[in-house]
Ligand binder design. Structure first.
Ligand code: F3S
Length: 653
C-alpha cells in the first residue's frame, strides 16, 4: 500500500500569514486576543492559547488590549470599532479577502453588489459589511435570477458580482456564462482564491487514483468539509481532525497495491498531516503482520455524510411532521413528512415505523446545529422510476392509490412515484366525478415515461380493457354447452333478451325464457333482473352465445310422458288456432295439436267456426312423438268411438 499526501495540503498562504502575524504580535505584546478563533482547528487554537493568545468573542472582551482580526476578515464597522476600542489592531485579513473588501467598498452608492457564497460564513458577512450600496448574498444562480425577477434588482442598474474565496470554481464558471448571457450590467470579479481551487483539484486528482482518502481538518472548517465532499465522489473518504481518530479498520478491503491519499484543509497544520501519515504507515505495518486484526467494522464515530449521499438509516422516532433517524454518526437525521412520501394524505406513521431500516438521500448537512436532513422519497422515487420503466418494458399492470384529482386528470402514487392519469384514461365517464377516485386503489398501465423530467403517464382504461380481454379469452376457452351462469338482463328485444354472463352478453330467445307460452319477453323479465341461464350453443368466431332460462328439472314434457299415454281421453284448452289445426294445452308447457282433419267426423273448412281459443275440449291422445316432443290429439276419434254405441242404442229402440 502506498500513502500519498496531496501536494497542496494544509495551511494556505492566508492562514499561514495570519498565524505568523499572531505569533509575532504575541511575542511583541505578551497578552493578545484574536476576534473569534483564528482558524477552524482546535489543535491550533489550543496551542495558541498555550502561548497566551486568547479568543475574544466581542470587541469589548479585548478592550484596551492588542487584537488580531483573523484571515476571514470582518465588516467595516467592526474594523473601526476594534481600532477605537483596542490598544493595537493587527489586521490579519487574508490579502485575497481584503481585495474583495476593496472591490465592494469602491462600488458607487447607486449601484449594487452581489456576493456569491454562503450567507452565514464569516468571510461573506465581512465582505457584505464593506458595501456602501445595496448588497445581496446569493447561494446559486437561482437566487441571482430571483433578485432580478422579484424586482430587488433591475437589469438597468450596475451590479458588481464578487465570489466567496472558497466558492466552487466549476459552479462559478457555469453561473458566469449564464450571467453574461442574461445580465449585461453585471460586472463579474473572479475573486475565488486559487489556493482553494488548486487544493480541491489536487485532492480530486489523488482521490481518482486512491482507494481511500483521509481528509484532515477541523470539523467546522467549511473548506475541509468541501474537500471531503469532492473526494467522496471518487473513493471511500474519511474526515478526521487528527491521527487519534484513525483506526486500522480503515484498511479493511484495501489491497497491497491500493493508494491511500491524504489531503488537508487550509487550517490544518503540517504537523497534524504528518501525524496522520505516520499513523497510517504504522497501521499498514501492523496489518501486514496480523491481517486478521482488521475484521472489525469501520469506526462509525468519524464517518461523515455529505449532501446527495445515499445512506442507510434506522428510524428511531416519529412525530407529526417528521421521522427521526439514526445514521450511525454523531449527527441526528430528520426526514420531514413531505420528504417521506409524495402522498399528501399520508402520515409519518403510514410510511415508517420505529426500527425500520430505510435508505435516504442527504439533502442538507447542518453542521452548526449537528443535524442532517434527508429525503426518503427521492430514493423511493428513483427506485420507483426503475420499477415503473421495467413494468412498462414488460407490459405489466401496476397498482397505486389515487391521491388527488387535479386539472385534467388524477395523481396516483405507485412505488413512491407520482403518476398522472389523464381524465380520458381514468375510465370515469364525462358525467362522472374524478374526485370519486381519490383514495381508491387502482390498476393502470404505463403509457409514457420521461425519466429526465420525472414524469409518468398512466391509463386505468387500458388496464381495465386488458382485464376484460383476458376474461373474454378465458371465457371462450372454457365455455361448454350446458354450462350454467347467473346473469343480468341487459336489454329486451321482441325476439328475446340479452343477458350479461360476465365476459359477453348471450341471447335468450323468447321461447327459451320459460317452459310456458310467452307473449312478449317483457311479460317475463325486466332489465336488471338476475336470472339463471344455461348455454345452449355458442360460436367463438362470431362471439355469439345462445342461452336458455328454462330449468331442465322443471321440463313439463317429462311430467307429461310419465302421466299420459296414447288413447287417453283428456280435457284440453284451445290456446291457438292455425290454418292446419288448433293447439290445445294439456298441462302448462305441453300443447297438443288437433289437426284440422281430427276436429270432426264431418269436413271442417273453417276451424274458427268450430273451435275458439279458451274453449275446453275433450280429446283423445292419438300419438306421442317423444323424439320431437309432439302430441297429436283428436276430437274426431272420440266421435267415432261414440258412433257404434249410439247406433246400438237406436237399434234397441
Ligand atoms: Fe486567503 Fe485563500 Fe487562504 S483567500 S485565507 S489564501 S484560502
Amino acid at each position: 500500500m502506498l500513502i500519498e499526501i496531496a501536494e497542496k495540503s494544509g495551511f494556505c498562504f492566508g492562514v499561514e500569514r495570519a498565524i505568523r502575524l499572531t505569533e509575532e504580535a504575541a511575542e511583541k505584546y505578551g497578552e493578545l486576543y484574536t476576534l473569534g478563533p483564528l482558524i477552524h482547528n482546535k489543535k491550533v487554537t489550543d496551542s495558541l492559547e498555550n502561548k497566551g493568545i486568547k479568543i475574544a468573542e466581542e470587541i469589548s472582551d479585548a478592550a484596551g488590549k492588542p487584537l488580531v482580526i483573523r484571515s476571514h476578515g470582518v465588516t467595516e464597522d467592526i474594523e473601526e470599532a476594534a481600532q477605537a476600542a483596542c490598544s493595537v489592531c493587527i489586521d490579519a485579513t487574508c490579502p485575497f479577502v481584503k481585495k474583495i473588501h476593496n472591490i465592494v467598498s469602491e462600488q458607487p452608492e447607486d449601484s449594487a453588489v452581489i456576493i456569491l457564497g454562503d450567507k452565514d460564513h464569516p468571510e461573506v458577512i465581512g465582505i457584505k459589511g464593506h458595501a456602501h450600496c445595496k448588497a445581496f448574498v446569493c447561494a446559486d444562480m437561482a437566487e441571482i435570477n430571483a433578485l432580478f425577477e422579484s424586482g430587488a434588482l433591475s437589469r438597468d442598474e450596475d451590479v458588481a458580482l464578487v465570489i466567496q474565496t472558497t466558492f466552487d470554481r466549476g459552479r462559478f464558471l457555469e453561473y458566469s456564462q449564464d450571467i453574461r448571457e442574461n445580465y449585461d450590467r453585471v460586472k463579474i470579479y473572479d475573486t475565488i482564491c486559487n489556493a482553494t481551487s488548486e487544493r480541491q483539484k489536487n485532492a480530486e486528482e489523488l482521490a481518482e487514483r486512491a482507494a481511500l482518502m483521509i481528509v484532515v481538518g477541523g470539523k467546522s472548517s467549511s473548506n475541509t468539509g468541501k474537500l471531503a465532499e469532492i473526494c467522496a465522489r471518487h473513493c471511500t473518504t474519511v474526515f478526521v481532525e487528527d491521527a487519534g481518530q484513525l483506526s486500522k479498520q480503515l484498511l479493511k478491503g484495501l489491497h497491497s497495491d491500493s493508494i491511500i491519499g491524504i489531503t488537508a484543509g487550509a487550517s490544518t497544520p503540517a504537523y497534524t498531516i504528518k501525524e496522520v501519515h505516520d499513523k497510517m504507515n504504522e497501521e499498514i505495518k501492523t496489518t501486514i503482520e496480523n491481517e486478521e486484526d482488521f475484521a472489525a467494522l469501520l469506526d462509525q464515530s468519524f464517518r461523515r455524510v455529505y449532501t446527495n449521499n445515499r445512506v442507510k438509516a434506522t428510524v428511531v422516532g416519529i412525530n407529526k411532521n417528521e421521522a427521526v433517524v439514526d445514521l450511525g454518526i454523531k449527527q441526528t437525521g430528520y426526514i420531514p413528512l413531505d420528504e417521506l412520501t409524495n402522498d399528501p394524505n399520508a402520515t409519518v406513521g403510514d410510511i415508517v415505523k420505529i426500527g425500520d431500516e430505510i435508505e435516504a438521500i442527504v439533502t442538507k448537512v447542518d453542521d452548526s446545529n449537528g443535524v442532517i436532513f434527508l429525503s426518503k422519497k427521492k430514493v423511493d422515487s428513483a427506485l420507483g422510476m426503475e420499477k415503473i420503466a421495467a413494468s412498462k418494458e414488460a407490459n405489466e399492470t401496476l397498482e397505486g392509490v389515487v391521491t388527488a384529482a387535479v386539472k385534467g386528470g388524477v395523481i396516483v402514487i405507485t412505488n413512491g412515484t407520482r403518476v398522472f392519469i389523464p381524465a380520458s384514461q381514468t375510465g370515469v365517464p364525462r358525467s362522472g366525478k374524478l374526485e370519486d377516485l381519490v383514495k381508491k386503489t387502482v390498476q393502470f398501465k404505463v403509457i409514457e415515461i420521461n425519466e429526465q423530467r420525472g414524469r409518468v403517464v398512466g391509463s386505468i382504461r387500458q388496464a381495465n380493457k386488458e382485464v376484460r380481454d383476458a376474461e373474454k379469452a378465458k371465457f371462450w376457452e372454457s365455455i361448454e354447452v350446458g354450462q350454467k351462469f347467473e346473469g343480468e338482463v341487459r336489454s329486451i328485444e321482441d325476439y328475446g333478451v340479452f343477458v350479461d354472463i360476465g365476459a359477453v352478453d348471450g341471447l335468450v330467445r323468447t321461447s327459451e325464457l320459460t317452459w310456458n307460452r310467452v307473449g312478449h319477453p317483457k311479460d317475463i323479465v325486466k332489465e336488471g333482473d338476475k336470472i339463471t341461464v344455461i348455454v345452449k350453443s355458442f360460436d367463438p368466431e362470431k362471439k355469439r352465445v345462445s342461452l336458455s332460462a328454462k330449468d331442465p328439472d322443471e321440463n313439463p314434457w317429462t311430467k307429461f310422458v310419465a302421466d299420459y299415454a296414447v288413447d287417453d281421453v283428456i280435457k284440453a284448452t284451445v290456446v291457438s288456432i292455425t290454418e292446419f289445426g288448433a293447439f290445445a294445452q294439456i298441462i302448462p308447457g305441453v300443447d297438443g295439436l288437433i289437426h284440422i282433419s281430427q276436429i270432426s267426423t264431418e269436413r271442417v273448412t273453417n276451424i274458427a267456426s268450430v273451435l275458439a281459443v279458451g274453449q275446453e275440449v275433450e280429446v283423445k291422445i292419438i300419438d306421442i312423438d317423444t323424439d320431437k316432443s309432439r302430441v297429436s290429439l283428436s276430437i274426431k276419434a272420440l266421435m267415432e268411438d261414440a258412433a257404434p254405441a249410439e247406433e246400438a242404442a237406436e237399434d234397441a229402440e
